[in-house]
Structure formats: structure tokens, C-alpha cells
Design a protein around this ligand. Structure first.
Ligand SMILES: [Cu+2]
Length: 137
């Protein structure tokens, strides 16, 4: 009889253990789903990287004007303007854009990009803080 009780005990422990495992599995479902969603961001990071000289950038407003303006262009993946170094780092889809098109887009925002001069009508509409100081012209 003692053997049967011992087997019964072992069985019940095994069943409880199995039930707990099942419980853990259903709990772990949710974090797995959120991990899958976060990896979807990475394909956008791929693309051709280019460095663009932005000699007329003056302040943080210039930075956000160029960054938000360029991100609206189809084929632009990421934009970062360095106000200190007067350089823009742009990653883009080479099947949709080339460097000349990006320079043209920046000039349309009112800024010089490499050797492409700013479109004057756009430059005139910029806030005073974003204009090139008279002494530097
Ligand atoms: Cu500015």
C-alpha cells in the first residue's frame, strides 16, 4: 500500500508541475509579440549613407527644418544634422534617390548643400536666427 501512495504522490506532483509550466508558457506569450514588433524598425535603417556639407546652418531650428523637411521626401530613411560641424548625415534608398536630388531637396528648404546653393525664396522665409550673419556673407 505504501508504494501505491508514493506513486500517487509522485503523479500529483508531476501533474501540478505540468500545470505550472503551462501557466508560465501562456504568460510568456505577450513579451514575445512585442519583441517581434520592435525588430520591424531595423529594415528602415538600411540604405546608402551620405555626408553632406551644410555651411549655412546656424542653429537648432535649422537642424529641425532640414531633418523634418528631408524626412518627408520619399526614399529618405534617416537624417541627422550636426549643427557644430555643419554636416548632415543622410541614409536613403538609392533606388529612389541620388545625392543630387537630396541636395536639391535641401536647397528647396533654404539651405546650401555641398555646392548646391539655397533656393533664395525659401531662404528669405527662414526665421532671422537661421539667416547667415551679414559678416559671413
Ligand atoms: Cu536656424
Amino acid at each position: 500500500m505504501k508504494k501505491i501512495i508514493a506513486i500517487m504522490l509522485l503523479l500529483s506532483v508531476a501533474i501540478i508541475g505540468y500545470a505550472e509550466d503551462k501557466d508560465k508558457m501562456s504568460h510568456s506569450m505577450k513579451p514575445e509579440v512585442t519583441q517581434e514588433q520592435s525588430t520591424e524598425v531595423s529594415p528602415k535603417m538600411e540604405g546608402t549613407m551620405v555626408e553632406i556639407q551644410l555651411p549655412t546652418v546656424q542653429c537648432g531650428m535649422c537642424q529641425s527644418t532640414i531633418e523634418t523637411g528631408l524626412l518627408k521626401v520619399d526614399g529618405i530613411n534617416t537624417v541627422h544634422v550636426d549643427v557644430e560641424k555643419l554636416i548632415g548625415h543622410v541614409s536613403y534608398d538609392a533606388q529612389k534617390l541620388d545625392l543630387q536630388k537630396i541636395e536639391t531637396a535641401i536647397s528647396a528648404l533654404g539651405y546650401q548643400a555641398n555646392e548646391t546653393m539655397a533656393v533664395m525664396e525659401s531662404y528669405d522665409k527662414l526665421p532671422m536666427c537661421c539667416k547667415v550673419p551679414e559678416t559671413e556673407k
